[in-house]
Design a protein around this ligand. Structure first.
Ligand SMILES: Cc1cc2nc3c(=O)[nH]c(=O)nc-3n(C[C@H](O)[C@H](O)[C@H](O)COP(=O)(O)OP(=O)(O)OC[C@H]3O[C@@H](n4cnc5c(N)ncnc54)[C@H](O)[C@@H]3O)c2cc1C
Length: 575
């Protein structure tokens, strides 16, 4: 055993940095990378991790003390052979595969499963499943991936994020070229070869899903095709084969909700059908004004359909701040046939000449096609999870803790099946946590401060962290600063000045609490605010960060300047 002094690492040009949290006490046992002390500079907070596993022997600082680089914080009595910081698994990750990241130091993975077929079995190959399988394999664990379809990639790659964004790009080009006519550049009406456009979309999907097979092969992840059902707490059946495992990660995703009163008719489609049209309907009813419905409406409008959107709530994208949805609503009101808010579809009759739809308000109407986009429901009830003893709630979600553990030791769940928001980037982050927890990586848990949401409509709508709607509902105090894009030279040059960048701040500290952006490229812009939130940045941090000119990213800096009182690109405040 040896004593290891833990000192303040390189923290940049800061002296007198306060200790804002002491996370351990004398006698505590710690693992490598466990956070020990939290420091706060005027730029960010940082945890000082333990370089070794062992026992806290002595604390050299207390809450509120000021420290600088090199100051001794505490002493850890290192635990024998565990003393050496683990740089990576010694179980031999795949060649060229990333080692454990600096954020999480890898502990040795558990011993091989002896008589069992695999150490880790992953059910489902969507963004959650394939990420979990690849991360587990990279951490040296023998891994199998079961997928019911021949093609890997799940909803996201095959019938979700990727094909929808490919078609949305085509829609964007069509709409922009139409609108340039107002500014003196005309191309004529778009001549769409639907077959070729579908080939492009299928090609993009094929490249990604084919790539997954290669990535699995390179990592020696065995892919099994078939539907997995639990037969016990350490086994699943896939067709007539039984596979036994030490640990299992359930990543079985979700499916589109069906409405029972809508007839089974080929002219009634869900988002999967909408992504592979044979022809564009003359009149399309989009049932549901949420993200998926509005994205598909954007595509069909650009491809020539007369679109009606019906939403039972009183605003599109319910949950998002109304003022952020407003510019989207205003723009699509001009392009679409109609937008019916606070309205329910009460009946649909399939006639030879069309689908006759009755609404809670107004007259019946006939449509050529109906896209049902009223949400997605988890696949938790289709796994025979009870045979493993895994709890599934009445909606089909599988409850998990921060380490993605279900109620059954050794069984984890990730992605859409564990809860909202049902988004690919949530699934991939949860996937890495589950694989790392299984491999024994110290500190692995899902502790993201926010999961950003984006509607890739035109204009795009994106938000993260606290929204004003939630702040008002929960009585959370906040300050708000907004930058109307009419003040952005870049937005004006794009002919798209309807956007708004809105930031919410903690009144006392001026730290960023949330951001909502509507406008061209909002989905890309929101990433900066997510980073700012994770890093605990305040209005001055953002406003003093030099943003390139002229870019839409400046709207974030300008909105921070509004909060900071230094904005010069708007009229001066009165009084
Ligand atoms: C039209 C559309 C657009 C979307 N756009 C976006 C977007 O832009 N950004 C975003 O973040 N999210 C988007 N999403 C949501 C995103 O696709 C999901 O959040 C994501 O795919 C969830 O990943 P997952 O791994 O949890 O599950 P899934 O992707 O649903 O994958 C689950 C996999 O498990 C398989 N499976 C299920 N049961 C079994 C079983 N018993 N045995 C074997 N295999 C099984 C399924 O076949 C499937 O392949 C979109 C969704 C749709 C429908």
């Amino acid at each position: 055993m040896s004593d290891v002094e833990v000192r303040v690492p390189d923290i940049g040009d800061f002296a007198d940095v306060p200790v804002i949290e002491v996370l351990v006490k004398v006698g505590d046992t710690v693992a490598v990378e466990d956070p020990l002390i939290t420091l706060e500079s005027d730029k960010a907070t940082m945890d000082v991790p333990s370089p070794v596993a062992g026992t806290i022997k002595q604390l050299a600082v207390k809450l509120g003390d000021k420290v600088a680089e090199g100051s001794v914080l505490l002493t850890v009595e290192a635990a024998g052979s565990d003393a050496a910081p683990a740089a990576g698994s010694d179980a031999g990750p795949a060649a060229g595969a990333p080692r454990a990241t600096s954020a999480y130091a890898a502990a040795p993975p558990p011993p091989a499963g002896g008589s069992r077929d695999t150490q880790v079995l992953v059910i489902g190959s969507g963004p959650g499943g394939y990420t979990a399988a690849f991360r587990a394999a990279d951490l040296g664990l023998k891994t199998m991936l079961v997928e019911r379809y021949e093609t890997l990639g799940g909803v996201c790659l095959n019938v979700g994020c990727i094909p929808s964004k490919t078609l949305l790009h085509a829609a964007r080009v069509i709409a922009e070229s139409e609108e340039m006519a107002e500014h003196g550049v005309s191309f004529g009406a778009a001549d769409v070869d639907l077959g070729k456009l579908m080939e492009f979309k299928t090609g993009v999907v094929g490249k990604l899903t084919g790539g997954l097979k290669q990535l699995a092969k390179a990592r020696k992840v065995e892919v099994v095709t078939g539907t997995a059902k639990f037969t016990g707490a350490n086994s699943v059946a896939v067709a007539d084969r039984t596979i036994t495992f030490d640990s299992c990660i359930i990543a079985a995703g979700s499916h589109a909700v069906k409405l029972p009163f809508i007839p089974d008719d080929p002219r009634v489609i869900d988002s999967t059908g909408a992504l592979s049209p044979d022809e564009i309907p003359k009149r399309l009813l989009v049932l549901g004004g949420g993200i998926i419905g509005l994205e598909m409406a954007t595509v069909y409008d650009a491809l020539g359909a007369k679109v009606t959107v019906v939403e039972m709530q009183n605003q599109l994208i319910p949950g998002c701040d109304p003022e952020i949805v407003k510019p989207l609503h205003a723009r699509i009101s001009k392009r679409y046939e109609s937008i019916l808010l606070g309205t329910q579809v009460t009946a649909v009759k399939a006639n030879k000449t069309g689908l006759k739809v009755s609404f809670s308000e107004g007259k019946d109407q006939v449509f050529d096609q109906i896209l049902v986009a009223v949400g997605r429901t988890p696949n938790g009830k289709a796994l025979d999870a009870d045979k493993a003893g895994v709890n599934v709630d009445e909606r089909g979600f599988i409850p998990v803790d921060k380490q993605q553990r279900t109620n059954v030791p050794g069984i984890y769940a990730i992605g859409d099946i564990v809860g909202n928001p049902m988004l690919a980037h949530k699934a991939t982050h949860e996937a890495k946590v589950a694989a790392e927890v299984i491999a024994g990586v110290a500190g692995a848990e899902f502790d993201a401060k926010t999961i950003p949401s984006v509607a890739y409509t035109d204009p795009e709508v994106a938000w993260m962290g606290l929204t004003e709607t939630a702040a008002k509902a929960d009585g959370i105090k906040y300050e708000k600063s907004s930058l109307p894009w009419a003040a952005s030279g870049r937005a004006l040059g794009l002919g798209r000045s309807e956007g708004v960048t809105k930031l919410l701040w903690e009144p006392e500290t001026k730290r960023l609490l949330g951001a909502s952006i509507v406008g061209t490229g909002a989905g890309d812009l929101i990433a900066e605010t997510v980073l700012a939130l994770e890093a605990g940045l305040d209005a001055q941090d953002i406003s003093l960060t030099v943003h390139p000119h002229p870019t839409l990213s400046e709207t974030i800096a300008f909105a921070a300047e509004v909060e900071d009182g230094t904005i010069t690109d708007l009229m001066p405040r009165r009084g």
